[in-house]
Design a protein around this ligand. Structure first.
Ligand SMILES: [Zn+2]
Length: 107
């Protein structure tokens, strides 16, 4: 696996896990969140730019379905501001996603 993909996978997984524990108040990741996680992983692994992955905001391919996109948007929006304090390095990823979704709304 490309290191960049591995990193992105790790961040997405940890965000969804935190989201489920914080918001869904589950001791373990619930089925919905697990599905979203698997979906995100699949999209990452299928990324055609895997060898030289651009940051997703620069990617021409919007690979998420509307449904999953909305779900991930909620996760990012909820956790983004929190992550600024707990995990500043990873927070940059939040802005990538935020940016993509903003751009997608316009098109
Ligand atoms: Zn959940």
């Amino acid at each position: 696996m490309h290191p960049r993909v591995a990193k992105e996978k790790r961040i997405v997984e940890s965000m969804i896990t935190n989201f489920c524990i914080d918001i869904h108040k589950n001791p373990e990741v619930c089925t919905d969140c697990k599905e979203l996680m698997e979906y995100a992983d699949k999209r990452l692994l299928k990324c055609p730019y895997i060898e030289d992955k651009p940051i997703c905001s620069k990617c021409d391919i919007h690979c998420y379905n509307k449904n999953q996109k909305d779900q991930i948007k909620v996760v990012m929006r909820t956790l983004g501001p929190k992550m600024l304090y707990t995990n500043p390095l990873d927070t940059i990823w939040y802005y990538y996603y935020k940016f993509i979704h903003k751009r997608q709304k316009l098109t």
